[in-house]
Design a binder for this molecule. Structure first.
Ligand SMILES: *[C@@H]1O[C@H](CO)[C@@H](O)[C@H](O)[C@H]1NC(C)=O
Ligand SMILES: *[C@@H]1O[C@H](CO)[C@@H](O)[C@H](O)[C@H]1NC(C)=O
Length: 253
């Protein structure tokens, strides 16, 4: 598969969302996409949030107040962060302020992002729910949603194989970074433990929570346009990437 390493030029603007359970490798796919399509950038709401908080912008200070209070940052604020980023890149032009746009969301205000292929991006971290997707659609119509699907059994097996030596923090991965003696730290010979975060039941719970919110999210986009959502099945990142590449090549290259 030599062509999978090739760099490809886009001829149309791609606005992509990757929907996939924790552990299916969205980050891996995102990095591979950015490498293959240099016009594509990743816009990660988590990173935007951190930058704004660090720079103490007005949005950052508002968001920080929610986070310090242990609350979720509300949707309009996240939308504002995304709009601010796209405006600063000159990817959308509008004579309205972001606050005006967000205040009139869903009441006829829509924004047309630039269709230049250089304004292509993967939106990371948002939307996670159907409600968020609906809010986003008013300001920024996405045009390709990948649903990355790996059997839960495989994800759980892959992710719940981390064992830790508690006092040193040394980490072992069963299957590819095994301790010399099963269940024991290489250096001290002390027993290894599994952190709650790494336990099988934690992963099962994460996957079922994901399922609950992603089904309505995907249905929202399917209802808008069945053609917009592409299911990609694979047991590993290497099985998934070529399918994603092929779809993007077909639609945007
Ligand atoms: C934060 O500040 C850095 C350094 O001045 C700048 O490059 C970056 O664009 C700023 N980001 C935001 C979101 O204000
Ligand atoms: C992927 O995993 C499933 C379930 O373990 C298995 O049935 C299937 O054959 C695997 N597919 C490939 C291509 O290895």
């Amino acid at each position: 598969m030599s062509s999978s390493n090739a760099i490809k030029k886009l001829s149309k603007a791609a606005r992509i969302i990757l929907v996939g359970a924790p552990g299916v490798g969205k980050g891996t796919q995102s990095n591979r996409l950015i490498t293959r399509y240099p016009q594509l950038s990743s816009i990660a709401t988590g990173d935007l949030l951190r930058d704004h908080v660090k720079n103490k912008t007005s949005l950052g200070q508002q968001a920080d107040a929610y986070m310090r209070g242990g609350k979720l940052v509300p949707e309009p604020l996240i939308l504002n962060l995304i709009l601010t980023e796209l405006t600063s890149r000159s990817w959308i032009t509008t004579d309205k302020s972001n606050d005006e746009i967000i205040a009139t969301l869903g009441k006829g205000t829509t924004i047309q992002p630039s269709e230049s292929p250089d304004c292509s991006f993967i939106l990371d971290g948002f939307p996670r729910t159907a409600t968020q997707a609906q809010a986003l659609t008013h300001v920024l119509p996405m045009n390709l949603i990948f649903h990355l699907m790996t059997p839960a059994e495989i994800v759980v097996k892959r992710m719940s194989n981390r064992w830790t030596h508690a006092s040193s923090g040394r980490v072992y991965n069963v299957g590819f970074n095994d301790p010399k003696e099963p269940g024991k730290d290489d250096v001290t010979g002390e027993p290894l433990v599994q952190r709650d975060d790494d336990k099988e039941e934690t992963w099962r719970r994460r996957l079922s929570t994901f399922e609950e919110t992603s089904v309505p999210l995907l249905n929202f986009y399917r209802d808008r346009s069945p053609d917009m959502v592409v299911d990609v099945q694979g047991n590993s990142s290497d099985e998934i990437s070529p399918q994603i590449f092929a779809e993007i090549d077909k639609r945007f290259a």
